[in-house]
Ligand binder design. Structure first.
Ligand code: 13P
Ligand code: SF4
Length: 359
């Protein structure tokens, strides 16, 4: 295997040769050995925008997970190739909702609600998919009057949906859906969880009629590890601690924290704090450790003291980055993510609605 310094030389040399013809995007959860080569580092919303800002680049190398590369491909110019350095870098949450189960749920919900709008012209239900989903599901939303959201704009997107619909079907992440809707004043009792293996998702027709948000039964295995007990321990050890968590954490954890927001929200909260602040963070460890190194004037630690990396984000090893960049130097495009037009077109509609819904 190539040594660290050998890989470093190879990646730098390939990037130099390729110049502006390639742009490397990196999600905040990528390891430092990869982040150092990224031209843009950001949360998933920022990276979706970054994919659009470099129409001159021939290739976009996406250091992140599969759904992010799909989104970049949908938003990029047709002539641009989007490359995922390791095709095994997926997202277990995104895999928890598939198009067949969502279509089936939609048909069952239509049997309860019909399709007539109410007196204010709002349709019975609007589908909202979290960015962490396959392109198919974004396409489903585009075809059915729905929209995409990320963790940084979920409240704005839900407002958009409630202006047009009486209810929302939210997938795949139950926690982001519940936390966001709760903060907007939707009672938790009016958010049934949809179980795809049961008729009407396991609810009665009356419960579905009363529902404001129907939550898909998906979750992030990294963020579901955070607990209220960890927050209590952090507060006992550091009375002045500020606890900030990602909204993919379960509701009791978000409720017990001092703040919740996207990865960019977490980065900005720390950047804005006075020297000597203490933070306990509930999100992926690569980001938390980078922030701790970057801000030695603060005390920053992860709520979970057992290391909690996102194992699929971690699959982007610098060796894969070197491999795809050197292939580009040779004129060969490897690991291209290409969303077929029949999916990309409606998915783009749902993504453009999100980009336009920004407050
Ligand atoms: P952000 O949108 O906050 O970057 O989150 C992406 C993600 O995968 C969180 O698990
Ligand atoms: Fe998916 Fe969770 Fe990893 Fe984010 S942290 S990419 S939601 S598995």
């Amino acid at each position: 295997a190539a040594s660290k310094s050998e890989l470093d030389t190879r990646i730098r040399r390939a990037k130099e040769t390729l110049g502006d013809s390639v742009v490397v995007l990196g999600h905040f959860y990528q390891r430092d050995e990869v982040v150092q080569y990224a031209d843009f580092v950001g949360d998933s919303f920022q990276l979706a925008n970054a994919a659009k800002t470099r129409p001159d680049a021939r290739a976009i190398v996406f250091c992140g997970v599969h759904f992010m590369a799909e989104t970049a491909d949908i938003l990029a110019q047709p002539s641009q190739a989007v490359i995922l350095p390791n095709l095994a870098a997926g997202c277990s949450m995104a895999d928890m909702a598939d198009i067949d189960s969502v279509e089936e749920a939609w048909a069952q919900l239509a049997s309860v609600y019909g399709s007539e709008p109410d007196a204010e012209g709002r349709v019975p239900i609007i589908p909202v998919t979290y960015m962490n989903s396959s392109a198919d599901l974004k396409g489903f939303c585009g075809r059915n009057g729905g929209i995409v959201c990320t963790s940084s704009n979920a409240a704005t997107v839900l407002e958009w949906a409630f202006e047009r619909g009486q209810r929302v079907l939210f997938f795949p992440d139950q926690h982001l859906g519940r936390n966001t809707a709760k903060a907007m004043g939707v009672p938790v009792e009016r958010m049934p969880l949809w179980n795809p293996r049961k008729p009407l998702g396991g609810s009665t027709a009356d419960e579905l009629t009363d529902a404001r948000v129907i939550l898909w039964n998906g979750f992030c295995s990294v963020h579901k590890r955070f607990t209220v007990a960890q927050i209590e321990r952090a507060r006992a050890a550091h009375p002045d601690v500020r606890v900030i968590v990602h909204p993919e954490c379960p509701m009791p954890v978000v409720d017990a924290a001092d703040g919740a927001g996207s990865t960019d929200y977490i980065v900005k909260a720390i950047a804005a704090a006075p020297a000597g602040s203490t933070f306990a963070i509930g999100t992926e460890i690569n980001l938390v450790q980078r922030l701790a190194n970057q801000y030695p004037q603060h005390t920053i630690f992860c709520l979970d003291d057992v290391i909690c990396p996102c194992s699929t984000m971690y699959r982007i090893h610098p060796g894969y980055l070197a491999w795809v960049l050197e292939s580009l130097v040779d004129g060969v495009v490897l690991n291209q993510i290409s969303v077929p037009a029949s999916v990309a077109e409606p998915a783009r509609v749902a993504l453009e609605r999100m980009l336009a819904a920004r407050p």
